[in-house]
Design a protein around this ligand. Structure first.
Ligand SMILES: [Zn+2]
Length: 321
């Protein structure tokens, strides 16, 4: 959908509210008290009522909009803008576009959307052939606002200290057996999906734990000879492990390296600096968009589904850690 049509169709709060409700009806509401998915719509009060226990659920309750006081229109417009542009937006840019007075609620809204994207991504595992590597990303140790409460936390003067965060990067590719060679780079390998995970340490125990969540046990992984990868064969079917120097690494692991540099460029280009606490959310947005790069106009509709889903019983985490 083009911007002009979007603005015309969802021109006021009532229309946006109705759109949100239509999506929520399609996805279904889960009763917080008894878990039932069957509800009556109480039109006069704009609430759902559980058919079994009569528990009432407001239109926002249970979704990522639950604690937010921002209008539906802001949410829908922000998701629209986040899905039509190849580039990501900072909260400051979004605040200016929406013309909202305060920065914090806009910042928290965008992080909740990113967390919703991450929640979606965590339902899928990479299978087939997977490249694996780790990267260091520059972050700033700082705490500013708690997105759950919207309150400021203690802030030190300046940006806080710089730090390198450890990130594990996995890419699924499909190889063409006629063209693919180990050191042939991208020739013969086509990229499919990417996952990125912020890590406390790069020890084999933590790596294996995350690989079990992110990669199918029947997959084949290619990596360099880092000692933390030593025990991968206990969690995946096949692990090829190469002692390679940095020149050859780009040839053996071409897609993870491309994804790492693209993600770094995208993050720096949009946000200038990234707080360590929210790095996972930014990476989740990057992966969500990259993995849905062919969705085109459907991307916004998918994001609407993310917004209306009941998140309280799932694993939705608003902040990293
Ligand atoms: Zn109920």
């Amino acid at each position: 959908m083009e911007l002009v049509r979007f603005i015309t169709e969802y021109s006021d709060e009532e229309k946006c509210k109705t759109l949100f409700k239509n999506y929520r009806d399609k996805v279904s509401v889960v009763c917080k008290r008894c878990g039932s998915r069957e509800h009556y719509w109480q039109k006069s009060i704009w609430q759902y009522e559980c058919k079994y226990c009569r528990f009432r659920t407001t239109l926002r309750s249970g979704t990522i909009l639950e604690a937010s006081k921002l209008p539906y229109r802001y949410w829908i417009m922000t998701m629209f803008l986040m899905s039509i542009s190849k580039k990501s937006f900072s909260a400051l840019e979004m605040q200016h576009m929406l013309g909202h007075k305060r920065y914090e609620p806009i910042w928290a809204m965008m992080h909740k959307i990113r967390a919703g994207m991450g929640n979606r991504e965590s339902r899928y595992k990479l299978d087939g052939e997977v490249e694996l590597d780790d990267a260091f990303m520059e972050v700033v140790k700082e705490r500013v606002i708690n997105p759950l409460t919207g309150k400021r936390e203690k802030r030190k003067r300046g940006r806080g200290s710089q730090k390198q965060a450890k990130v594990m990067v996995m890419t699924k590719f499909v190889s063409d057996p006629d063209k693919a060679t180990l050191t042939g780079g991208k020739k013969g390998r086509s990229f499919r999906f990417v996952k990125m995970k912020v890590m406390e340490t790069l020890g084999s125990k933590e790596i294996n734990k995350e690989i079990e969540k992110a990669v199918d046990s029947k997959a084949s992984i290619i990596s360099d000879g880092w000692s933390g990868y030593e025990k991968l064969s206990t969690v995946v079917k096949n692990h090829q492990y190469y002692q390679i120097d940095s020149k050859l690494a780009d040839k053996v692991l071409p897609w993870v390296h491309t994804m790492i540099s693209n993600a770094k460029r995208s993050l720096l280009g949009t946000h200038h600096w990234v707080s360590d606490k929210y790095l996972q959310n930014y990476l989740d947005e990057y992966c969500y968009r990259t993995n849905r790069r062919y969705f085109g106009q459907k991307l916004w509709e998918r994001l609407m589904v993310v917004a209306v889903e009941d998140t309280w019983y799932g694993k939705l985490v608003y902040v990293n850690g």
